[in-house]
Design a protein around this ligand. Structure first.
Ligand code: NDP
Length: 507
């Protein structure tokens, strides 16, 4: 039996208030676990984006927000973290019923990471070099020189549906830490928790500092990233849309951070401890039904271990329970939509056609009581070659491609033979060997004997077409500031300013 939930209506969050769409239209948000409508959300237009950007601009230009002292700003970030903790249950629920993430994951990872992110950035804000003094130069004359770091202004955040509220905080937290204001455009599948988050944050920041406008990417997203009063754009999503956003942002030369797709290589070395490498590799690829950009989707296995690894992976994967994400016994929930399910199934067909050997899963699953949900079995292909479509394109579903290698040099070459470079991993008992492999992997994050270990104090982002810039950690703060050099001459006399002679000669 399917449980009915109340269908709530959510408006935009602009200038500290809930605001209906200028068109008065709404769109439906569905639960991917059972296909039910769970909310109606204001369908934004370019006019709504304009209202939100103007509110953010005014909050940046007119109010004291950007001039707040680091200590006070750190206190605001701590206050936000406590508010998120206070509202954790509601946030987790809204996220689960719209994104299809398991309750187990969202409550034990996402929401705790969000709290910790604001607290970590609060600490970094206290130590941040907002003003650095340079040494007095010997030439051409003495001067005081400073490097100041200042907020950029109005920041647009365009966010995806896989980890919607957590990824929104990767952009909101550093933006606020550095004194910017923000307008978020959440993915249309999953705007609920982000809208609630804006209300929560707004209870401790001035109106206009945080705004959320929901609606279609092609209209609301494009209007936001093109808006002349937006100074920075941060995006997480597909490489294709990232390219479009970069193009639109380039018209007014906006500072841009992009976190895009991945096809992350995971290399098991001959001496790896398979008792952790096998569950670890499955954790790396099947968490959130494979809908994580840094999932380890290409597994490189040496000849010597190949059969043992395949057998071990299949044994473990076939025990994973696919089911309703609200059921605490569920290991793998649904994928986000019927469209995404069909895309994944078409990749599975492509893998079979190209000659890969399907050794586990590969089919849609019907979950009792959730018949309209979008579920796929954890799927493993053996005998994949690195040039196959399933080894080169981002599938964003629970599909692992296992590739055989006989020589580590070849494995590293194949690992790097991808347009992407978001993450990579290596499993071995020899840490020195692991560091050597890690140095040679073209990826923004390398995990050794682990996966998915994102840290709020470590940078995250991609090499190659996986993106530009870094989120989280101290590096994320740099991405939300601009640098100003201030020079103060200490030479009051005209006749000691001999560098003026470069223009005036002997006159
Ligand atoms: P998109 O890249 O289309 O969506 C991400 C965000 O961008 C959403 O908020 C979307 O809005 C918005 N958007 C879409 N088009 C535009 C535009 N022209 N201008 C501005 N904003 C826009 O991802 P999809 O939802 O289509 O997923 C497709 C694929 O992208 C997945 O299969 C996966 O491969 C990849 N992906 C990668 C993610 C990552 O973490 N790197 C996350 C999500 C997807 P709206 O929802 O309204 O369309």
């Amino acid at each position: 039996m399917t449980v009915q939930v109340d269908v709530q209506t959510f408006y935009h969050f602009i200038n500290g208030k809930w605001e209906p769409a200028s068109s008065n239209e709404t769109f439906d948000v569905y639960n991917p676990a059972n296909g039910q409508v769970v909310a109606k959300v204001a369908k934004g237009t370019a006019a709504d984006v304009d209202r939100a950007v103007k509110a953010a601009r005014e909050a940046f230009d007119q109010r004291d927000w950007k001039n707040m002292k680091p200590k006070d700003r750190a206190n605001v970030l701590y206050a936000i973290s406590y508010k998120i903790a206070e509202h954790a249950e509601e946030l987790v629920y809204l996220e689960a019923i719209s994104s299809g993430g398991t309750l187990r994951r969202i409550s034990s990872i996402d929401v705790l990471q969000m709290v910790d992110l604001f607290q970590t950035l609060a600490k970094f804000t206290l130590e941040y070099p907002f003003s650095e003094t340079l040494p007095v130069p010997p030439f051409p004359g003495p001067a005081h020189n400073f490097v100041w770091r200042e907020p950029i202004g109005v920041c647009a955040a365009v966010t995806p549906w896989n980890l919607p509220m957590w990824i929104a905080t990767w952009k909101i937290a550093p933006a606020l830490a550095m004194g910017n204001t923000v307008v978020v455009k959440p993915a249309s599948y999953t705007p609920l928790a982000t809208l609630k988050l804006a209300e929560i944050i707004s209870s401790v920041v001035p109106p206009g500092v945080i705004n959320v406008v929901a609606g279609p990417g092609a209209e609301v997203g494009e209007a936001l990233v093109s808006h002349p009063q937006v100074d920075k754009v941060a995006f997480t999503g597909s490489t294709e849309v990232g390219r479009r956003i970069m193009e639109l942002a380039s018209k007014t030369i906006k500072n841009t951070t992009l976190e895009l797709g991945g096809k992350s290589p995971n290399i098991i070395l001959e001496d790896a401890d398979l008792s952790i490498a096998l569950p670890g590799s499955l954790f790396g690829v099947f968490l959130h039904s494979g809908q994580l950009c840094e999932s380890g989707t290409r597994l490189f296995v040496p000849d010597k271990l190949y059969d043992e690894v395949i057998q071990g992976l299949v044994g473990l994967a076939s025990k994973l329970k696919v089911g309703n994400p609200l059921d605490p016994t569920t290991d793998i929930g649904p994928v986000i939509s019927k469209k995404q399910k069909e895309t994944i199934l078409s990749y599975i067909e492509a893998g079979k056609k190209e000659g890969a050997e399907l050794v586990c899963g590969g089919k849609e699953v019907k979950v009792m009581g959730c018949e309209e949900g979008h579920y796929i079995e954890p799927t493993i292909f053996a005998n994949v070659t690195n040039d196959m479509k399933i080894a080169q394109e981002e599938i964003f579903g629970p599909v692992l491609s296992v590739i055989r290698y006989s020589d580590l040099e070849d494995a590293i070459k194949m690992a790097n033979d991808s347009i992407y470079g978001l993450a990579a991993g290596v499993w071995t008992k020899d840490v020195n060997k692991a560091y050597d492999v890690a140095r040679r992997l073209q990826a923004g994050t390398v995990w050794i004997n682990d996966w998915h270990m994102l840290r709020n104090d470590a940078p995250f982002g991609g090499y190659k077409q996986s993106g530009i810039g870094r989120e989280m950690g101290k590096h994320s703060l740099d991405a939300y500031t601009q640098v100003k050099h201030v020079h103060t001459s200490m030479v009051p006399e005209l006749d000691r300013r001999n560098w003026y002679g470069i223009l005036f000669g002997q006159n």
